[in-house]
Unconditional design. Structure first.
Length: 477
């Protein structure tokens, strides 16, 4: 059984209302084309965003942990060869256009995914190449897209006539946009097993190449294998290794590094549709490490609206929570570490001196001890070596020859921060989040002063990012 990405015909009102200094967007009935975006870096994370939910989901994630690349799911046919979000919302909808503009203004970008498990993709709905092409172009131009994703599943992978219509339309569009000075990247998202893509998916890719499509990426859906899988992280890695060989059998002129750079990987976070499959935050960190070490182009997941722990009104793992232990937007934060060539935006490097925070006090190593496990705390600034931190190019923060570290590489709220031998793990790497927050790459959580205390000796910890005054830090220049 291969993964089927979900969609619902219940469309929530898309009203953006972010407070304070957060990124803001406002929607309406306007139908002007979206502003141009910066495009996507060589390596990035772009979680799927459900277009039947509120468009505010993107700015919420952006403000929470800096997630700034997104995949809008899905554009499907509304009947009569007419492409719409979720089959019922115009792609020129003002709320979505405003949300896209807000993301781009913050330095991010979006792509659109055509297809999905439910509904009808345009190459199936439209009977001619010219009609398919017109629908794709309508969406691309309305949202000013430079990248499109095709999630072909639920038996449509084997529709060879539709596949050829799709591929011929895309090849023509790529040529026409190139002639106008615009690049259009195309990627395919396909069901997989741990042993690789099945035959219909491989034939779909062969047709894309034969029709002249310049394929930027092949994105296996590493989920719903239909059997008990004890380690979903390793299952995703096995599928990636298998795909590498399969891509090499089609694109025979590409080097091993180029083939890795053609790969994506999209798990379903938390509880999968298949019983006994649960993709955890530990699995996410394992997949991230593999992707970074091999040069995989994209990490994604299904879906942004599920990137929270179940509880209260969000208690449906199939729709609005993950069904696994996590903090809000933790999977987004973990996968963000692949952005821009393998790391999140690091703190400015090369600086050495005090890190100041709440009440103007300094980040301090307790008793100036260099022993492993020594507490990192808040303390009156005194200019000592215990408060002299170096911001390293690898994202670590170093004092007394050791690294700021999350105890036991924990991802739990309240996990304490300590000094420890530098070991290159994500528990010791920090990136710049929204405002002046520092986000731990292993947990996706922020450096935080326990209980918002200004007392000398107040212990530093990690906590879900919310941008409070006890999560604001000023690094040495």
């Amino acid at each position: 059984m291969l993964r089927t990405l979900k969609r619902s015909l219940a469309v929530a009102p898309a009203v953006l209302a972010m407070a304070g200094t957060a990124v803001m967007a406002s929607g309406g009935a306007a139908n002007a084309a979206a502003n141009a975006g910066p495009g996507f870096p060589a390596h990035f994370s772009a979680p799927y965003v459900e277009t039947w939910n509120s468009a505010s989901a993107m700015t919420s994630a952006l403000n929470a942990n800096g997630t700034k690349y997104f995949t809008l799911a899905f554009v499907i046919d509304a009947g009569g060869c007419n492409a719409k979000f979720n089959g019922d919302t115009d792609v020129t909808d003002g709320s979505w256009t405003s949300a896209v503009n807000a993301v781009r203004a913050a330095g991010g970008d979006v792509m659109v995914s055509f297809g999905g498990a439910s509904g009808t993709e345009e190459a199936v709905a439209c009977s001619s190449v010219s009609a398919v092409k017109a629908q794709y172009k309508k969406v691309i131009d309305a949202l000013n897209l430079t990248r499109v994703d095709f999630d072909i599943e639920s038996g449509q992978e084997g529709n060879s006539a539709a596949n050829t219509r799709r591929d011929q339309a895309l090849a023509q569009l790529q040529q026409e946009y190139a002639a106008a000075g615009k690049n259009l990247q195309v990627q395919y998202t396909l069901g997989t097993d741990t042993s690789g893509l099945p035959g219909d998916q491989m034939n779909l890719l062969r047709d894309a190449k034969a029709q002249g499509v310049n394929v930027s990426l092949v994105n296996p859906m590493t989920m719903d294998y239909g059997r008990a899988v004890s380690d979903m992280g390793q299952a995703a890695i096995s599928a990636a290794n298998a795909l590498h060989s399969q891509l090499g059998s089609i694109w025979t002129d590409k080097s091993s590094a180029q083939l890795w750079a053609m790969e994506g990987n999209t798990p379903m976070i938390g509880a999968n549709d298949s019983a006994s499959e649960n993709f955890t935050t530990a699995n996410a960190n394992a997949l991230l490490s593999f992707a970074k070490s091999n040069g995989i182009q994209e990490l994604s997941f299904w879906a942004l609206g599920r990137d929270r722990q179940c509880g209260g009104s969000n208690n449906d793992p199939s729709n609005n929570c993950s069904g696994t232990s996590q903090s809000a937007y933790q999977f987004s934060g973990i996968f963000n570490a692949i952005n821009n060539g393998g790391t999140t935006t690091p703190p400015p490097t090369g600086g050495a001196g005090a890190i100041t925070g709440l009440a103007g006090k300094c980040v301090d190593v307790n008793a100036a001890s260099s022993a492993n496990g020594t507490a990192v705390q808040l303390y009156d600034c005194n200019g000592s070596n215990a408060q002299n931190w170096t911001v390293a190019s690898d994202g670590t923060l170093r004092a007394l020859g050791k690294c700021m570290d999350v105890t036991s590489a924990s991802t739990a709220d309240g996990a304490k921060v300590q000094l420890y031998d530098c070991n290159g793990t994500a528990a010791q790497k920090w990136s710049k989040g929204s405002g002046n927050t520092l986000v731990n790459q292993g947990s996706g959580k922020c450096l935080d002063v326990t209980d918002n205390s200004t007392a000398n000796g107040a212990r530093l910890q990690i906590w879900q990012c919310f941008g409070g005054s006890n999560q604001q830090w000023h690094l040495p220049a």
